[in-house]
Ligand binder design. Structure first.
Ligand code: FAS
Ligand code: PHB
Length: 390
């Protein structure tokens, strides 16, 4: 087979990249390890930045998003039995975020790709990357029992943190930055109305809790837990009891218990690989970086990388310029590190760290007190939360 760009991974990064390249008339084949149903079955992000919505709009993929997405102009921070509303619209000159699950974004992207007759190889086994240091890279895999070779001009590694793309780069060529947090998030998806119309990020001495949602009838709750938490020790009843203990009384009183549709533990880490280009191979999305979900940046960063890489490849194919592909890594990393900073800051502020000294615990309280007192501090939080400019 032959394509111009071989995209590894049909998550949001690979699918957005494929859609943007198609808009530029650039041929791209997506090669995905799992089935489409499996990809859709993963419950992940829930909050879209305005820039992400803009990119989906530019692709004509905002129909369902506009009909079903929830516009959120603020959220609450809870700390030591105090609550502080972060008024995003007021603090950012009118910007907001949209609550619309990653599952729905992926669904919309998949449907559009299929409708456009663009090919995705699902359930591709043994994907391997070859010769990406040369001008003639190629990908091999097994699909429907057949051994395939896909010759291409470029390979986009959009295959997530545990993918094959970054793993194909010689370790000596990579510089890796990582912080693994000493806890995880126990997440529950449940068909009950949210306990509050807006998200609540609650810091409590028992641990962090997040009240989010997917719609006005479907809630998404998270509890800070051990990184190696045993799911079987968390029947629904225990989850709701613990959630209520970490929330302010009013929010706690509005938590409706219901049978969980999904329950999982996600580890938290900050991670960046540098650089993001190796000859004809580019890394994008979780293949290149991971943020703790506290700042709701993971999905949005992945879409931002896809936007930058698509622009670079458009310049290469349509304008005959190498400038974009030569600057992709530095340009994407500049935005990635700022999102890493914000996600690390919000995680450090809101979570309970067993190893914290009394001094560090006082620093958390002072940080929250400063947010209460300073509009400037709230503006900094708000402009990062709604998303820095692309
Ligand atoms: P993805 O991991 O989504 O997609 C990569 C794709 O590549 C997958 O479909 C995978 O099957 C495929 N792949 C992997 N190896 C391959 C191979 N060898 N060959 C072919 N294909 C291969 N972000 C938030 O903002 N908020 C959240 O609440 C949140 N919760 C999360 C919970 C979990 C458990 C995880 C793991 C992540 C969460 N994230 C969250 C982050 C998440 O949304 C990612 O940022 C987002 O999925 C990134 O998209 P991609 O870069 O496309 O990577
Ligand atoms: C979610 O709804 O899954 C969600 C929302 C906000 C976050 C993290 C996760 O910061």
């Amino acid at each position: 087979m032959r394509t111009q760009v071989a995209i590894i991974g049909a998550g949001p990064c690979g699918l957005v990249l494929g859609a943007l390249l198609a808009q530029s008339g650039i041929d791209a084949l997506i090669i995905e390890r799992k089935s489409g149903a499996y990809v859709l079955g993963r419950i992940r992000a829930g909050v879209l930045e305005q820039g992400t919505v803009g990119i989906l709009e530019s692709l004509g993929l905002d129909g369902r998003l506009k009909a079903e997405g929830l516009s959120h102009k603020g959220f609450a921070l809870g700390f030591a039995n105090r609550s502080l509303r972060i008024d995003l619209a007021d603090l950012t000159g009118g910007k907001q975020v949209t609550v619309y699950g990653q599952t729905e974004v992926t669904h919309d992207l998949m449907d559009a790709r299929a409708a456009a007759g663009l090919e995705t190889l699902y359930e591709a086994d043994g994907v391997e990357l070859h010769e990406f240091a040369s001008s003639k890279p190629y990908v091999t895999c097994k699909h429907n029992g057949m051994a395939l070779r896909i010759d291409c001009d470029f390979i986009a590694g959009c295959d997530g943190f545990h993918g094959v793309a970054r793993a194909s780069v010689p370790k000596v060529a990579l510089q890796e930055f990582e912080r693994v947090y000493p806890f995880g998030w126990l997440g529950v998806l449940v068909d009950v109305p949210p306990c509050d119309p807006e998200l609540i990020y609650a810091s409590h001495e028992r641990g962090f809790a997040l009240c989010s949602m997917r719609s006005l009838t479907r809630s998404r709750y998270y509890l800070q837990c051990r990184a190696d938490e045993d799911l079987s020790a968390w029947p629904d009843a225990r989850f709701y009891d613990e959630l209520r203990r970490r929330l302010d009384p009013q929010a706690a009183a509005h938590v409706v218990a219901g049978p969980s549709l999904e329950k999982s533990v996600a580890p938290l880490r900050s991670y960046v690989a540098e650089p993001l280009r190796f000859g004809r191979l580019f890394l994008a999305g979780d293949a290149a970086h991971i943020v703790p979900p506290t700042g709701a940046k993971g999905l949005n960063l992945a879409v931002g990388d896809a936007y930058y890489l698509a622009r670079a490849l458009h310049e290469y194919y349509r304008e005959g310029s190498d400038s974009g592909i030569n600057h992709y890594s530095a340009r994407a990393l500049d935005r990635i590190w700022k999102a890493e900073r914000f996600s690390w800051w919000m995680t450090s502020l809101l979570h309970r760290f067993d190893h914290y000294t009394p001094f560090e615990t006082r620093m958390q309280a002072a940080e929250f007190g400063y947010l209460e007192q300073s509009r400037a501090a709230r503006i900094v939080l708000a402009e990062n939360y709604v998303g820095l400019p692309l």
